[in-house]
Design a protein around this ligand. Structure first.
Ligand code: ZN
Length: 198
């Protein structure tokens, strides 16, 4: 699965869903208090298992070993991974059409409900407003959007003017949630229909 983390990043780059150094992925295995996460600033096209950073985590904190530089979105991954009991992968990318659809005013939850290819397989949560990248505010808002009573209830949420956070039992399943939502956002944008104002 560590190999899949790099493979997902390469695919995301090929799709144009990240620029070279964007995006991040974390993974926690069932019953283990360890988080595997992509490094900060690294070229995501050349991520391989030996580049992935391993961090010890408890319910209260996550320890970053001296000299290692995990993703700037570590806090977002930690808040969500802290709830994990089963194996869980979290993928954060910047998919073009999802971001464009939010920018155009589409409500991703409403949009997803109209397309069975998404609504059958992917639970879309409420989008997070525009917040500074790598900020604690973004981490907390993403956590709140994805969870209820400290349990993760959605597969993916949008982050306005920024990206998405997607969760599944492995990196490729999380990627598929993004892919499905990205596809219908592209369709909605190409349709020329403008979103109904709320
Ligand atoms: Zn980002």
């Amino acid at each position: 699965m560590l190999t899949a983390m790099g493979d997902v990043m390469r695919r995301a780059y090929e799709k144009g869903w990240i620029t070279t150094r964007d995006g991040n992925i974390s993974l926690c295995r069932a019953g283990k208090k360890l988080m595997y996460i992509t490094p900060s600033g690294w070229r995501k096209t050349i991520i391989h298992p030996e580049h992935i950073i391993k961090l010890k985590m408890t319910d209260k904190e996550i320890k970053v070993p001296k000299g290692s530089k995990p993703s700037g979105e570590l806090e977002m991954h930690y808040l969500l991974q802290r709830t994990h009991k089963k194996t869980m992968a979290i993928v954060h990318l910047h998919p073009t059409n999802i971001i464009a659809a939010m920018y155009a005013g589409w409500d991703l939850q409403v949009l997803a409900s109209e397309f069975p290819e998404v609504s059958r397989y992917t639970k879309v949560g409420p989008s997070v407003p525009v917040l500074p990248v790598t900020s604690p505010e973004l981490a907390e808002a993403t956590f709140n959007a994805m969870t209820k009573d400290n349990k993760i209830i959605y597969d993916i949420v949008g982050q306005a003017a920024h990206g998405v956070c997607s969760i599944a039992s492995n990196p490729w399943d999380a990627y598929e949630h993004i892919e499905r939502l990205e596809h219908i956002c592209e369709i909605a944008l190409k349709s020329g229909v403008t979103p109904k104002s709320k």
